[in-house]
Write a protein that binds this ligand. Structure first.
Ligand SMILES: [Zn+2]
Length: 157
């Protein structure tokens, strides 16, 4: 079974959550590609905000990522010798996937992880408030919440 823990340092995590809250301005969804290494374990070392990758595609409520945006991300990954380890985005309410989230994995490879942060990342965001969603391939996902989600996100240092 595919279950891939993610690791991220505490300062990077805190900065990411602050940036998600800031770019969503408390009123719209925001997100980021989480870049890093996959082997021997999944470690996030930096991130690219959707608002930086797709400034031309910031809608009132959401961000629409297109092929040209993804091409930009792959170029950056190649340049920095990194991979897209996961993605993260905010929701106005609970961290469950929308039909569009389920239908459009950011990376359509089994094992890809999509994190969802509730409440537009406002206030205190703890790992147990997240939705941890892992693409299984063939349109299928597995989801973890609360303590189980927290156990899959290792915030170090
Ligand atoms: Zn969503």
């Amino acid at each position: 079974m595919l279950v891939h823990k993610l690791e991220i340092s505490k300062p990077l995590w805190q900065q990411l959550i602050r940036d998600l809250a800031r770019t969503g301005m408390g009123v719209k969804e925001s997100g980021a590609f989480l870049l890093g290494n996959m082997e021997p374990s999944r470690v996030v070392t930096e991130y690219l905000l959707y608002s930086d990758i797709a400034p031309d595609s910031q809608h009132v409520n959401y961000v629409l990522l297109r092929g040209r945006h993804m091409a930009k991300v792959w170029d950056i990954c190649e340049l920095r010798k990194l991979r897209v380890v996961a993605d993260i985005h905010t929701h106005p309410g609970v961290p469950i996937q929308s039909p569009s989230d389920r239908d459009n994995p950011i990376v359509s490879i089994a094992g890809h992880v999509a994190l969802i942060v509730p409440n537009f990342a406002k206030g205190l965001v703890v790992p147990s408030s997240l939705g941890f969603h892992e693409f299984q391939g063939q349109g299928e996902w597995r989801s973890w919440f609360r303590g189980e989600a927290a156990a899959l996100l290792n915030i170090t240092g």
